[in-house]
Design a protein around this ligand. Structure first.
Ligand code: CO
Length: 141
């Protein structure tokens, strides 16, 4: 399994390739707010572990293993954003909070959160009931 830091890179590379068709070292560095030399180092490690193929002047491509994991990581990120949004977390907190927790939950927890998101999505009344409870809690504060 990739480490949290490797996960961040694979996730960003997957997103960049999805949106632009390619991922350059400079784009990855910008997306992750890190120095390009750190990107080069990590990209070499990811190449060694067979997540991608890196050729210095031609850029990089994800292997099928890299693509599969990249999609899983992006889906996990999206699910956690949806989860925080449904439970009423303020929009301005959502992205950073997801970046903070996504690497630290087991896939077991992710799957159960998926069930909960589905539970709320299947019946808008459930979302409304939660909202009523939250408004009541806020009044008491
Ligand atoms: Co993320």
């Amino acid at each position: 399994m990739p480490t949290p830091s490797m996960e961040d890179y694979i996730e960003q590379i997957y997103l960049l390739i999805e949106s632009k068709g390619y991922a350059r070292v400079s784009d990855i560095a910008e997306a992750l707010s890190v120095h390009p030399s750190s990107v080069t180092k990590m990209v070499q490690k990811l190449d060694k572990d067979d997540y991608l193929v890196y050729e210095k002047y031609r850029g990089l491509i994800l292997t099928s293993k890299g693509k599969k994991i990249g999609k899983r990581l992006v889906d996990r990120h999206d699910l956690l954003e949806k989860f925080l949004q449904i439970i009423g977390v303020k929009v301005e907190n959502i992205y950073q909070d997801v970046e903070g927790i996504e690497h630290h939950l087991s896939w077991n927890s992710i799957d159960r959160i998926g069930d909960l998101v589905q539970f709320f999505e299947e019946d808008p009344e459930r979302v409304k009931a939660l909202k009523i409870l939250q408004e009541k809690n806020e009044e008491e504060m």
